[in-house]
Design a protein around this ligand. Sequence first.
Ligand code: ATP
Length: 313
Amino acid sequence: MITVEDLRKEYGDFAAVVGSSFSVESGEIFGIVGPNGAGKTTTLKMLAGLIEPTGGTARVGEYDAGDPEMRHELGFLPEESPLYEDMTAHSYLRFFADLYDVPREVADERIGSALDRLELDHRERRLGDVSKGMKRKVAIARSLVNDPDLLIYDEPASGLDPLTTNYVLEFTKELSEEGKTVLFSAHNLYHVESVCDRVVIMNRGEIIARGTVPEIRAEHGETTYHVFTSVPVDGSDQVGDRHRVIVPDMEAVESIRARAERSGGAVEDIRTREPSLEDVFLDLAGGQQAESGTDRTQRAGPSSPEDRTGGGR
Ligand SMILES: Nc1ncnc2c1ncn2[C@@H]1O[C@H](COP(=O)(O)OP(=O)(O)OP(=O)(O)O)[C@@H](O)[C@H]1O
C-alpha cells in the first residue's frame, strides 16, 4: 500500500527526515514512533501530499504521494485538527462529505454509522461546546467520510484520557480488521506496542529500528532474569523476605544458584523480564538529544521547496 524509498525533507540546511525507507502492506497497522522532533509528522505529511519531499520517493497505492487523485484513497488525521466550532458534528461531517462529492444518501448513512460507532452522543451540539475527546472522535469520523482504504493518523490519541485513548486504539484495530491500512504516529510506545503489526522507531530524522515489536525486542533488547534467593548473595537487594539479583543470562543464574547454595540457601524463583518497546527505545535513543541540530544540519543538502500547506487538507 505504501512504499517509501530514501525519503528526505530538508528545511534550509536542516534535515527533518534523513533518507527514510519502509513499506506498509495493505491491511496493516503500522506505527511510527519517536520523540519530539524525530520527523514523524514530516514523514506523514509527505505521504499525505501536504508537504513536498526534497528527495526520494513515496508511493501510496497506485499514486505518487501528492497526486491530487490520491485524496479519494486517503483519510488524514492531523496532530492538531481544529474544527468549525459553530457547526454540529453532523453538519460538519456532511460538509466534508460534500467536498468529497459523496452522494447525500451515502454520506448520511456513512456519517450516522461513524457517529454510532464512535459513540458520539452529542452530535447536535455545537462543536465549540464539546469535550476534547469528542472533538478528536469527530476528526476521526471526518477521516472516514470518503471511505478511504488508507488512514494516516498523526498522534490519534494524543492528549486524550485513558478511556478515550483506549477507545480510539480499539477503533483503529477495527478499521484494520475491516481491511483498511492504518499508518499512525505516536509518542506513547505502549499505544504502538498494543496495536501495531509493525513499527519503525525514528530519532533525529532517521529510522533507528524497524520490525514487529517482538523482532525489535529480540534484535535490540535484552531479556533479563530476576533470580530470587532465600539468602543474600553478592549484589542482591531485599524484596520482601527474599533477595533478588538481576542477571543477563542463564549462565549467570546458575552462578547465583551455586553461591546461594554455598551459603546454605537456595534459588526460590526465577522470572524473565522482556524489554518493552520503551526500554528498547530508551536504550537506542539514550544519550542522543532528539532536537540537537548539529548532525542534522551537516547531513542536509540544498534548500527545500516551501510547504504546500501548513497542515490539514
Ligand atoms: N516548516 C518547518 N521549517 C523548519 N523546520 C521544521 C519545519 N517543520 C518541522 N521542522 C523541524 O523538523 C523536525 C521534525 O519535525 P516533526 O514535526 O516531523 O517531528 P515529530 O517527530 O512529528 O515531533 P512531535 O512529536 O513533536 O510532533 C523538528 O526539529 C522540527 O522543528
